[in-house]
Unconditional design. Structure first.
Length: 236
């Protein structure tokens, strides 16, 4: 068995999970199904892998979309991003594993994402923004890998003032199991006794587990949450 990397997120009703991370209520859960990603182009033409929405899997509240960017090795000048585009009524969560992107929006906000960093953007009443490779990354090239998750907002929050939570990797809580075979980065929610620093508009969990051979973990998830695990790397 190789090391397994997994992102787990959950909220409201049902479950779609993989074998390595068990999402449990008091009675436990089973795998409801396995969804394969499709490849598509986004922004200025960069490749993403998208497990949802797809024609066969599109209603998974509150999750609207999940894209995996890369992993890909880019030569100098090859990096592409997403020029100005609008968002309204939901949240975008960007998590970088490698590479470097910059964010700018119509309200004058700007930020930068480096490996391990998270940006949790609540679009609310609406923003027009761009997500582009940094000048240094575009010039030098390198490995690009990251995720963007779209999360729906409740009706009462859809027209709220846009806000940003930009958390560098060093400030994201991380935990390791007693046998040191499992580590987790707690982006939202709680795992292995550690709570996230990000404030969310709805109850939600966003966890990046890394599981070494022979490792296992049980993750508690409330019964009324939807849940899924996205396998980044490894086999088992």
């Amino acid at each position: 068995m190789k090391r397994q990397d997994e992102l787990t997120q959950s909220k409201q009703k049902g479950t779609t999970v993989s074998k390595a991370v068990k999402l449990e209520t008091s009675k436990g859960r089973t795998v409801a199904g396995v969804v394969n990603s499709i490849e598509t182009l986004e922004g200025a033409g960069f490749l993403v892998r998208r497990p949802f929405p797809t024609p066969g899997f599109s209603e998974f509240d509150p999750f609207l979309l999940l894209d995996e960017m890369g992993p890909m090795e880019l030569a100098p000048g090859e990096a592409k991003g997403a020029p100005d585009h609008p968002h309204r009524g939901f949240e975008t969560v960007t998590y970088m594993l490698s590479g470097e992107f910059e964010h700018k929006d119509s309200r004058g906000h700007a930020g930068q994402l480096k490996p391990g960093d998270v940006q949790w953007m609540t679009a609310g009443a609406g923003v027009v923004h761009s997500e582009m490779p940094s000048a240094a990354f575009e010039r030098a090239g390198g490995r690009l890998h990251g995720f963007q998750l779209w999360v729906n907002l409740r009706k009462v929050d859809k027209m709220m003032k846009p806000r940003y939570q930009e958390i560098p990797s060093a400030q994201i809580p991380k935990a390791t199991s007693a046998d040191r075979l499992v580590t987790v980065s707690v982006i939202a929610g709680e795992a292995l006794g550690h709570k996230a620093v990000i404030e969310t508009r709805i109850p939600i969990m966003y966890l990046h587990y890394q599981i070494k051979p022979a490792g296992s973990v049980t993750q508690h998830v409330p019964r009324d949450y939807n849940g899924f695990a996205y396998v980044i790397d490894g086999a088992g």
